[in-house]
Design a protein around this ligand. Structure first.
Ligand SMILES: N[C@@H](CCC(=O)N[C@@H](CS)C(=O)NCC(=O)O)C(=O)O
Length: 208
């Protein structure tokens, strides 16, 4: 049985949990991070010297970085190719979205999410939030354009490459944002993913 360290409201933990559910891998999850602490204790730091979640323990193997964990889980456990294409080129098309989320989509979303969800109203940096909304609008328009001519980010089928962006889309559509661009293809894609059992269980939670 795998052990996944990390609180359930962390987007990076949710990526891993959704991945496990889609593949059908059994795991236990242990709360860590924010109000649960743990991440700065010596035993945890010996697993992950960054003091961050998620951290995966699979027997003798310890792994951190959410996308590295997703790649490991799909390679090692998705023997039925539930969310991992069989063809290397198709895997690469799905995989590129993980890098794009880390380098483009999440940097745009982070100040908006932290500003509107995790910061008290009187302490919000409105300029930073507005800049984040503008960056999200630009980045998500690209996704909308891609989804105007294919059903999923990697192509015709749902893959692991859809999970991180769908978790960001959940934040985007759940927050009270005015003047958002119409992104009909993104919305349609998100509505198809939010009802998947794994995503409904781990990803479609109230924001906190
Ligand atoms: N690049 C890392 C980022 C990990 C990260 O920043 N995790 C956050 C939660 S999403 C964390 O551990 N924050 C400290 C805490 O929760 O106490 C990954 O993708 O796993």
């Amino acid at each position: 049985m795998l052990t996944i360290w990390g609180r359930a409201n962390s987007i990076n933990v949710q990526k891993v949990l959704c991945c496990c559910d889609e593949i059908g891998v059994a795991y236990e999850r242990i709360d860590a991070g924010m109000q649960f602490g743990v991440v700065n204790t010596e035993p945890f730091l010996s697993l992950n010297p960054n003091g961050l979640i998620p951290t995966l323990v699979d027997g003798e193997m310890v792994l951190w970085e959410s996308h590295a964990i997703m790649r490991y889980l799909t390679r090692r456990y998705d023997v039925e190719h539930s969310i991992t294409p069989e063809d290397e080129a198709a895997i690469a098309q799905a995989d590129k979205w993980l890098d794009w989320v880390h380098t483009v989509a999440w940097p745009a979303m982070k100040p908006v999410f932290w500003g509107l969800v995790r910061t008290p109203q009187d302490k919000r940096n409105h300029a930073e939030i507005e800049a984040g909304i503008a960056a999200c609008s630009k980045a998500f328009s690209l996704v909308d354009q891609v989804l105007s001519h294919q059903a999923y980010l990697g192509g015709d089928h749902f893959t692991f490459g859809d999970i991180p962006m769908a978790l960001i889309a959940h934040r985007w559509f759940s927050m009270p944002i005015e003047n958002r661009p119409a992104l009909p293809h993104l919305k349609h894609w998100y509505e198809g993913i939010v009802v998947r059992p794994g995503f409904a269980r781990h990803g479609a939670l109230p924001l906190s």
